[in-house]
Ligand binder design. Structure first.
Ligand SMILES: [Zn+2]
Length: 76
């Protein structure tokens, strides 16, 4: 039972490490910020992807421009 549990932990750790390796390519410099500088958000109006610092945010949504920020999220 104990060995099985240990094996389970090892497998979960391996999957976690593999997912981490696949999700984020290593960047030199080691940014410690919670919000990655290269993080992309999509405009709630037109859906275009843009870097988070360049996006306008309102109510937890992001917009690519002041025009789309004023128009608000598009109804689907
Ligand atoms: Zn937009």
């Amino acid at each position: 039972m104990g060995r099985l549990f240990l094996l389970f932990i090892v497998v979960m750790l391996a999957i976690w490490l593999l997912r981490r390796a696949l999700a984020g390519p290593r960047r030199p410099g080691g940014a410690a910020d919670a919000a990655a500088p290269g993080e992309l958000v999509s405009c709630a109006h037109c859906g275009v992807n843009l870097p988070r610092p360049e996006a306008r945010s309102a109510g937890g949504r992001y917009f690519c421009s002041e025009e789309h920020w004023r128009l608000g999220p598009r109804e689907r």
